[in-house]
Design a protein around this ligand. Structure first.
Ligand SMILES: Nc1ncnc2c1ncn2[C@@H]1O[C@H](COP(=O)(O)OP(=O)(O)OP(=O)(O)O)[C@@H](O)[C@H]1O
Ligand SMILES: [Mg+2]
Length: 466
């Protein structure tokens, strides 16, 4: 199914006619082809879209904030006046801004939706994260310019495309709010010709034509009913009516002729990333030591996994695996707290350890002195600050008389911190408490990257302290 064609209306300059353009363009497109699905939404908080299109007193099912946080478009769309569907604007969008750093949030939700036809996005007069998301998703960016300062502002839009490595092909300037009464002497006869000349001179491409300044159009915002009226129904006598009709035709044709839609590209990128993510996951899973190195119980089966509460990974990423919860607690109590008893899982101290381990990183490494066979065991908090450090003597057999088998700690250290029978120099082991029910989630790109980052900063900290 063909992805929708996305038109973003954007300018850093306020009051250049973005909202008037976005809302009227939606109506003129619908008038051009009744069958064409046209969807409109705005990142503005003036609620012009809602005031112009809402029919009656519909109960709101959600708004743009819900859309960006994953609620499907289909559950949020309202069918509005003139057949234009819209997602209601949000008053609380700013609360979301600190949480969305990525520029592809909007593109991803749009690509995942079943929306078709043409989507028009009205933006705020800033290059904030919402505008940047709208630019990132666009097949066509209409930049209204009404004077030289607004033309100078276009540089930032072009720079944004440049920095993101995006093609600048979608960008088109459109002279707006042009006062036809003003005439100049010289090669440029009026404001439209002057702005267009400046734009071309700077290498900016323009849409055909312009939108004139019209008192009639301005008055459509202000009336006793508190409505906003479209030019198509209430300003047909103006030049702006003809100009909007011409603009809509241009957009309609470019949508028709666009061979590859932006959201199609986003969808393909998403699929590729997903495949890569799955491949990374499988590669990491295949390299794991399948049993708990402390008790020997098999934790990883071909297609399934037993519950496990700790994950370990060596700093050179050569050794990784899971540990049983009770096994690791017993190891810590035995060697760090010198507890001689078999640990009781209902002991409040064990419970406390289990709970606080959720906010800790444990590091195990070989001691500095080659001649001594000791291990260093560190505990760090989630900010990377050291909480404790213990030196543990590594003996192959804990008791000379009773045990023939190597001790649990030795078995664990031997398989993880030794290479070719010798302690692997500079190899650290990070051990992290994980979700018992979904232990393998730690192998997913985002979680695995977090763990690696934590290990990196802790290892640097330890090395710098030596
Ligand atoms: N063609 C036009 N002729 C006359 N007035 C217009 C025209 N287009 C828009 N206006 C008026 O200009 C003002 C600003 O328009 P609009 O709200 O569309 O700009 P904007 O770029 O969305 O502003 P903001 O940056 O604040 O969101 C409004 O009062 C609107 O009625
Ligand atoms: Mg606006």
């Amino acid at each position: 199914m063909l992805k929708p064609y996305v038109v973003t209306v954007s300018s850093e300059k306020g009051g250049v006619g973005k909202t008037t353009l976005a809302t009227n363009l939606a109506i003129y497109l619908k008038a051009l082809n009744e069958e064409l699905p046209v969807t409109l939404f705005s990142f503005d908080n003036h609620f012009s879209v809602d005031r112009m299109f809402r029919i009656g007193r519909t109960v709101k099912r959600g708004d743009m904030l819900d859309f960006l946080t994953g609620k499907p478009a289909e559950d949020l769309l309202e069918l509005g006046e003139y057949g234009v569907q819209f997602i209601p604007s949000s008053r609380k969008l700013d609360t979301l801004a600190p949480n969305i750093q990525r520029l592809d949030v909007l593109a991803r939700v749009l690509a995942a939706s079943s929306l078709q036809g043409i989507i028009i996005i009205d933006t705020r007069p800033t290059l904030d994260v919402f505008t940047r998301n709208a630019l990132f998703a666009a097949d066509r960016v209409i930049v209204p310019v009404k004077d030289t300062p607004s033309l100078e502002n276009c540089r930032n839009l072009y720079d944004f495309f440049e920095q993101q490595g995006l093609s600048k092909r979608p960008l088109r300037l459109l002279p707006c709010l042009i006062d036809s009464r003003v005439h100049y002497d010289g090669p440029f006869k009026n404001a439209y010709q002057l702005l267009k000349g400046y734009a071309i001179n700077r290498g900016y491409r323009c849409l055909e034509g312009f939108i004139a300044k019209s008192p009639k159009v301005e008055s459509l915002n202000t009336n006793p009913e508190g409505k906003i009226y479209p030019v198509l129904t209430h300003g047909r006598s103006t030049n702006v009516h003809v100009q909007f009709a011409h603009l809509a035709r241009q957009i309609f044709i470019s949508a028709k002729e666009e061979p590859q839609r932006r959201l199609q590209q986003v969808r393909q990128d998403m699929e590729q990333l997903e495949q890569k993510r799955n491949a990374n996951f499988l590669e990491r899973r295949n390299q794991l030591i399948p049993e708990c190195l402390i008790c020997g119980r098999r934790l990883i089966n071909h297609n399934s996994m037993e519950p496990a509460s700790y994950f370990y990974l060596s700093s050179d990423r050569k050794v990784a695996g899971f540990l049983d919860e009770a096994c690791f607690s017993a190891l810590v109590f035995r060697h760090c707290y010198h507890s001689q008893k078999k640990i009781n899982p209902t002991d409040p101290l064990v419970d406390l350890f289990r709970e606080s381990a959720l906010r800790s990183y444990f590091i195990l490494r070989h001691g500095e002195d080659d001649s001594r066979s000791d291990l260093l065991f560190y505990r760090f908090d989630e900010e990377g600050f050291e909480i404790s450090q213990k030196s543990i003597e590594l003996r192959k057999h804990e008791s000379r008389f009773l045990h023939k088998e190597p001790s649990a700690l030795y078995r664990f250290a031997y398989r993880t911190l030794f290479q070719d029978e010798k302690p692997a120099k500079n190899r650290f082991l990070i051990i992290r408490r994980i979700d018992n029910e979904f232990p393998e989630d730690i192998l997913l790109d985002e979680n695995y990257a977090c763990l690696n980052e934590a290990m990196h900063s802790i290892v640097n900290r330890i090395n710098n302290n030596l």
